[in-house]
Write a protein that binds this ligand. Sequence first.
Ligand code: A3P
Length: 301
Amino acid sequence: GFQVIQESEGDFKGPRQALLCGVRVPFYAPVIDTDFEKDLSRFETREDDVFIVTYPKSGTTWVQEIVWQIYHNGKVSRKNIEERYAQFEKSQLFPRPGDEPAVALSSRPSPRFMKCHFPYHLLPMSQNEANRSKYIYVARNPKDVAVSYFHFVRSFGPDGDFNGTFENFANFFVNGKGSYGLWSDHVLPWWKRRNDPHILFLKYEDLKKDLYFNVRRVSEFLNKSLSEDVIAKIAHQCTFGEMKKNSDNFSVKDIDSKPLLLRKGQIGDWRNYFSAELSKKFDEILVSKLEGSGLSFDFGT
Ligand code: A3P
């Protein structure tokens, strides 16, 4: 069911969330459609749909921009990223009586570009392997995710989503009380399906290390053949510094304070925020869950 949750601990306000399909999602009234759960079961994907899926703050915007440029042969768009991509779990899936048809995802023209933070089991996926959409999952080390997420929720201002300290937020995060649940529960099911032909699993840290190689990988996965020059151009245009020049295109538009989706763009910023004790807690609760899975992350130096 649909239910607003406001977790508080002591004298601070925790993240405001709603339960959607059993998942805690950030709640910014009135963007979540209460009929969503019902509609999800009959939503039909298309072969040319592209989903960018992440635990929030793992590099969603970055890969959205890369994919966009791949589809547009290296051309940089002047439109805000939120106009180019629908956020699946915040979208109206079907038109209601009297609606403009284009408001609903079901009536949008192909190719539909979508981002989504849902766990694997809630992503719509065709039963028929031959006409399945493409799903690009991006993962990032959980300590940097927590720092990035903290800054993001704080940027909504004192009356916004969260007004606690980093320590408060990190404790929510590591205990799976943050939006979209426990980080490891999100990442591992996608990692297990990384070899499925319609799934590409990327790591933020790998993109940082070799963007050219990863742009090529993404273009090959999407069956878009591009020249070496265009790949190099996209890799350049998608560096943090180049994207930052178009900051307005990477801000959250449906909120008055316009929080930015580009902040620092580095590996290892967590070292400026974590105590030794908190770092140990993350290792014990989250990082340890990866043992034996073959998945590991660069935590920076
Ligand atoms: P930081 O807060 O650590 O800077 P999402 O898009 O999933 O919300 O993730 C946002 C994070 O990705 C932010 O991390 C943001 O700066 C980073 N990011 C976005 N574009 C990037 C780029 N071109 N290079 C490196 N990091 C990028």
